[in-house]
Write a protein that binds this ligand. Structure first.
Ligand SMILES: Cc1ncc(COP(=O)(O)OP(=O)(O)O)c(N)n1
Ligand SMILES: Cc1ncsc1CCOP(=O)(O)O
Ligand SMILES: [Mg+2]
Length: 205
């Protein structure tokens, strides 16, 4: 089964919570609550509803950006990028029991997050996507192959998920570069039936 992290998103059809609920119903075991433009109280309100749902489905819940809220609500972890709290600082606050993910676009980012004690990396974007503003340079398959081979050479072992504009058809080639999993939003939410699409992705050879 493909290791899949679903990134929540609000669309014309679905709320953040509904988006996560569909991914969970489709069998996804790892949800990232990402509510980019929302005030903290709103993130908290959705997280409070999502936490028991994730528990029911035996799924991991990480929050995008919000370290203090993750601690307060005792979710499983956080995902942090360049503009967020540094990973070593988040580790001080959260301790070892929380999962901390970091965003990387270059091998230098990987080294930095690895040294800071990240548990996994979201490396991307694979290609252009409208789900995130101010995208870093697109990596394509070559970008992943290059970063992963540099990691191997440097003996850096840390799980990697690929992210950004990934479609169902891209999955085999992306996994072939050596990444451990994928993070998706638009390809699931844009499908006619997001629950079925999640199932289809998870059962990808
Ligand atoms: C799995 C994963 N990878 C990368 C990101 C991007 O995080 P960040 O760079 O902090 O950008 P925002 O998501 O906060 O806009 C992610 N969220 N998840
Ligand atoms: C959060 C994030 N970080 C890099 S691309 C991206 C969005 C991923 O969503 P999609 O699968 O819709 O491109
Ligand atoms: Mg962030």
């Amino acid at each position: 089964m493909v290791s899949l992290q679903f990134i929540t998103h609000q669309t014309e059809r679905y709320s953040y919570l509904e988006s996560a609920r569909m991914a969970l119903e489709g069998g996804c075991k790892w949800i990232q609550l990402r509510m980019k433009e929302a005030p903290l109280e709103e993130v908290e309100a959705v997280a409070l509803q999502l936490k028991p749902l994730c528990k029911e489905h035996e799924a991991i819940l990480v929050l995008d950006d919000h370290v203090e809220l993750a601690r307060k609500l005792e979710v499983d972890g956080v995902h942090l990028g360049k503009k967020d709290m540094p990973i070593d600082q988040a580790r001080q606050i959260l301790g070892e029991a929380f999962i901390i993910g970091g965003t990387a676009n270059t091998f230098e980012d990987v080294v930095q997050h690895y040294r800071a004690g990240a548990d996994y990396l979201g490396i991307g974007p694979f290609r252009f996507t409208t789900t995130k503003k101010n995208l870093s340079p697109v990596l394509g398959l070559e970008g992943y192959s290059s970063i992963l081979s540099q990691m191997k050479e440097a003996n850096i072992e840390i799980p990697v998920v690929a992210i950004g504009g990934i479609t169902y058809e891209d999955i085999p080639a992306i996994l072939h570069t050596g990444v451990n999993g994928i993070a998706l939003s638009g390809t699931i939410l844009g499908a006619d039936n997001p629950i079925e699409e999640t199932r289809r992705i998870l059962n990808h050879a």
